[in-house]
Design a protein around this ligand. Structure first.
Ligand code: SF4
Length: 409
């Protein structure tokens, strides 16, 4: 299928963002090499603020997983993890990351000149998103001997109750003595307050960027979002992320004022539900853009908006923020959320990505697409694929389905 390769518009803020990400990784490498700071590995929606407030530099293996996906090396690395008993059916972030470790090969070398991933002084997970993260970090615990700490969050929640929050706050507090021992510093509640406040400012900035896509035409696509969310994932709690989103928003606001859309002649506005297909971002952006279709919103990128971090108690704010997430919630909550998003972003169609190795982020499996289509009168398609394992994705089939969705409109 012929697609126009010129449909993707450059975002100038990508330059400062690349520099920021390079600085972040170089700081991690220097800390791991010299011991100038301790390094914590954390799951993407784990208690990063607590770790940062205790002086750790924080590295996120899921971010590395996404890098393995975008650089299209994941499918070659997954078999190495399969060979030591990690099933091809479990999270392909996990299997590609473990494969990358076993093969001693990382895209961080080409992208940032790094020797490898920065070695951890502690591993901290949160099961709010899935069980895979616990097993993933368990691998590195056995491999590297770094202490393993975790937060157990209940899942499929409807209302978040005080009991949920109390339990989570207690778990965060229980980690502190061990983190103090590893970091060699005393916990300081004022430092946590400052870090959570900075993380909240980052949320406000990132939220403002994503909401700019409510404008018609949208100044940004989901495919742009997946790249520009980097600082919100790895640098929340660091003021540089806050500043970055001011720069990015100013550019998007300029586009809005000038009437410039991310997709020329925007005709259709879509919602992406589920994980990105990391190795095919560009192709999907080109295909949709060349048909005047703009993916204006997604659950995935909105998952790094943590409104609850504004709570006056930083522990309560973290507990709420990391329990209120879409991925932690039950079907009625998710359905209501998607309904609101469809309304707020004036969505014409839903694209559900059923990622084979991530049931946790595949929300098409229990009848929701059809229920929502009936309720809202909005068509949908389900693309079967994967976040990282491109052997599970058929570009041709996805293109046919995307075309079919556009045809319906
Ligand atoms: S939520 Fe999905 S992609 Fe993320 S770590 Fe868990 S299984 Fe992997």
């Amino acid at each position: 299928m012929a697609v126009d390769s010129k449909v993707i518009k450059k975002i100038e803020a990508a330059g400062p963002m690349r520099q920021l990400m390079a600085d972040y990784f170089h700081e991690l490498e220097a800390a791991a090499d010299t011991g100038s700071a301790k390094v914590a590995w954390c799951t993407s929606v784990g208690p990063a603020e607590l770790l940062r407030a205790m002086g750790f530099l924080v590295y996120f293996p899921e971010n590395h997983g996404a890098l393995l996906g975008t650089s299209r090396v994941a499918s070659d690395l997954i078999p190495a993890a399969n060979a030591i008993g990690y099933s091809p059916d479990i999270c392909s972030y996990l299997t590609s990351d473990v494969g990358s470790w076993l093969r001693k090969s990382t895209p961080l070398t080409k992208a940032f000149g790094m020797k490898g991933v920065p070695k951890p002084d502690v591993l901290v997970y949160n099961t709010n998103q899935c069980r895979d993260v616990q097993d993933w970090f368990g691998f590195y615990h056995r491999e590297l001997g770094a202490p393993l700490l975790g937060v157990q969050t209940p899942r499929s929640l409807g209302d978040i109750t005080d009991d949920h929050i109390l339990s989570l706050v207690a778990q965060y507090r229980a980690m502190i003595p061990e983190l103090e021992r590893i970091a060699g510093v005393k916990f300081d509640i004022d430092r946590l307050r400052e870090t959570v406040a900075s993380s909240y400012r980052c949320t406000l900035g990132w939220g403002r960027v994503l909401r700019s896509a409510q404008h018609k035409p949208s100044p940004m696509t989901f495919f742009d979002d997946t790249i520009h969310m980097g600082p919100a994932v790895v640098l929340r709690g660091d003021e540089r992320a806050v500043k970055y989103y001011d720069i990015l928003f100013a550019e998007l606001d300029g586009r809005i004022k000038a009437g410039v859309g991310a997709v020329d002649g925007e005709k259709h506005r879509f919602y992406w539900e589920g994980m990105p297909v990391w190795g095919k971002l560009r192709e999907n952006a080109q295909l949709l853009g060349s048909r005047g279709a703009c993916v204006v919103a997604s659950t995935y990128c909105n998952s790094w908006i943590f409104e609850a971090l504004g709570d006056p108690d930083p522990f309560v704010g973290m507990a709420k923020a990391y329990a209120e997430l879409f991925i932690v919630r039950d079907e009625p909550f998710k359905e209501g959320y998607l309904e609101r998003m469809a309304r707020d972003f004036q969505i014409d169609g839903f694209i559900y990505h059923d990622a084979k190795t991530c049931p946790n982020n595949s929300n098409n499996r229990y009848g929701m697409p059809s229920r929502l289509a009936t309720k809202l009168g909005i068509p949908y398609i389900v693309i079967h694929g994967d976040l990282n394992d491109l052997r599970l994705y058929s570009e041709e089939q996805a293109a046919t389905q995307l075309e079919a969705l556009i045809e319906q409109l």
